[in-house]
Design a protein. Structure first.
Length: 163
């Protein structure tokens, strides 16, 4: 029987997805593991920029990243679709200005990660305020730790893909 490389790629992809889900569950239990919301927010911005640059369609990586972000925000206590709203607002109003005015790739990725966390937090609090629910507590130490760790990871992974 001949081996098929497509089967190997699909097995790798399934194992990667299962690993991400397991990591998110562990990050909900252990506060020292960052939830990767900012990293995937930056990844969404990079994928959207690439699809516009090369005039291509959005592929399955983009949709799977959206699903992962929704899953991560629900596990970590944010309001439903707050990251999606943060992405839409960021991409439509801030992203183009950042691309025009900043040429430092690493700085752009740090801003993407920072915007992912702060935008999600602010929009989640806005939704909770509108619903007259208690607001989320902003734990400065954890969020700064998450932003620093995920910024370092995003610079290592996406530095050549920005701009």
């Amino acid at each position: 029987m001949q081996r098929n490389s497509v089967n190997l790629l699909s097995i790798r992809f399934v194992l990667f997805c299962v690993g991400l889900i397991a990591y998110e569950i562990m990050s909900a239990a252990n506060h020292f593991l960052p939830p990767l919301i900012g990293l995937f927010f930056a990844y969404l911005v990079v994928l959207k920029n690439e699809s516009e640059k090369y005039i291509g369609d959005i592929d399955k990586r983009w949709y799977l990243s959206f699903i992962f972000i929704i899953y991560a925000e629900q596990i970590h206590g944010f309001e439903l679709f707050s990251t999606i709203l943060a992405f839409i607002l960021f991409y439509n109003f801030i992203n183009d200005q950042l691309k025009i005015n900043m040429k430092c790739r690493g700085c752009l990725l740090v801003i993407f990660v920072f915007s992912g966390y702060i935008g999600t937090f602010l929009l989640s609090d806005l939704i909770l305020y509108i619903l007259n629910q208690p607001l989320l507590g902003f734990n400065y130490e954890y969020y700064m730790y998450y932003i620093v760790v995920e910024s370092a990871i995003s610079v290592m992974l996406f530095k050549e893909r920005v701009l």
